[in-house]
Design a protein around this ligand. Sequence first.
Ligand SMILES: Nc1ncnc2c1ncn2[C@@H]1O[C@H](COP(=O)(O)OP(=O)(O)OP(=O)(O)O)[C@@H](O)[C@H]1O
Length: 496
Amino acid sequence: MAFLWGNIGAGMASIMFVYTIFKDHIPQSLSTYLEKYAKKLVRFLSPYIEITFHEFNGESYYGRSEVFTAIQTYLSSKASTRASRFKADFMMKSKSLMLSMDDYEEVPDVFNGVKVWWVLEAKVLQARNRGYNQDSMEKRYFKLSFHKHYRELIAGSYIDHVMKEGKAVTVKNRQRKLYSNNPCKDGYYWKAWSHVYFEHPATFDTLAMESKKKEEIMNDLKKFSEAKEYYAKIGKPWKRGYLLYGPPGTGKSTMIAAMANFLNYDVYDLELTTVKNNRELRNLLIETSSKSVIVIEDIDCSLDLTGQRKKKSKKKKDEEENDESENESTSSKVTLSGLLNFIDGLWSASGGERIIVFTTNHVEKLDPALIRRGRMDKHIEMSYCGFESFKVLAKNYLDIDSHELFAEVGSLLAETNMTPADVAENIMPKSDEEDTESCLKNLIEALIEKARKKAEEEARLKAEKEEKEKKKCAHDDTNAAGSMKENGCSTLYYVS
Ligand SMILES: Nc1ncnc2c1ncn2[C@@H]1O[C@H](COP(=O)(O)OP(=O)(O)OP(=O)(O)O)[C@@H](O)[C@H]1O
């Protein structure tokens, strides 16, 4: 068989050699025709099979194929020993170089004694307007070749093996990312998200919050991350919504970082004000990866989302519907109903786990439809610093568990509203000379000052209220006297 294929190969090589010599003398149309059929003939006679795995499925340039990513990761672990040309990337997490296979470089692999060959190829396509300035487009794919004889083994067990190994390596090497929705160019592609490596140090240990509340949140997150089968069973997308609300500086952003670190998820920071319309929002969300926290901070300020449902006119409804239509040049913005649709239904198809977090300083301003249970499953109030939270901050910043000044701090915190951000600022040593005691004294001073200002403010408000009431009484008396006069009374009668 090998001899026969060898002879056919030699014959084909001679024909190709002669063809190359005379190619310039053959008309263009005939030469294209010959090349096409020569390729078909070679494929027909070849004892080898080729399977291709495309980076993006179908027409869509959103949502990279998970199979392609797993193969890429699997091969990068092989490329370092089996290829002769590599692409090198510096891994922040492991502080080491990661080698991956270069374009058109062949990487052989052996499975159960059977040899296969991988190569990364690309087709360059005509430019098409897909919402960003696209010059031209490259469609990359992996090509796997193996002998026909091993069709079942390779198409079944081997591909499974590659997927499993690829995913395992991805989890091991995972460098988490913080994405923001600023389009950026990556090779031939415009990507809707740009990223930096996510290295926020916050954890639930360093988060200032009552331990019972923290534990409840951690249990909730853990249960969610392990509930793949449960979500599949009840037929719901594997997602969970959190609403974090509270005054500025109470740790909403810190909580998001702690959640992402706890789950080992990426973070997508979605700035809604820069999203043109519902279509763009959909594309952005489709492009988010599994195991991610999608954050919309200050949802009340993000867009005119609040109360829009109630007030929506017929005209507005029509605009929203047009927004979903083919017209990409529309200037309409993301709407509440658009956002609700994506939260409810978007990820049912993609299947991966996602957490969506809204933060707000003014929970009372939000449309109830946006935060109802089922959409935002857990509402977490981020509050002013209590004694338990203070102790976490004291441990973080001063490395102490107790101190004789703690009792005074505790009673002052009970009377005053100070955010964890302000507490942290006050106890942070400002120079090498500042010791623990002087840091705590700084905080006590700040708390006393805050309590004094609060008392002053309360006194001012009380005086203002009394003044208003006095004026109102005088005004009522004048009106009463006036109406009596109108009714022909000359004397005022007071009824007690
Ligand atoms: N609960 C907390 N635990 C630990 N540190 C906190 C906490 N709250 C605030 N901080 C500290 O204060 C800084 C600001 O807090 P953060 O940005 O998380 O507050 P926020 O509620 O998100 O504020 P904003 O509403 O203004 O965005 C943080 O960098 C952190 O150092």
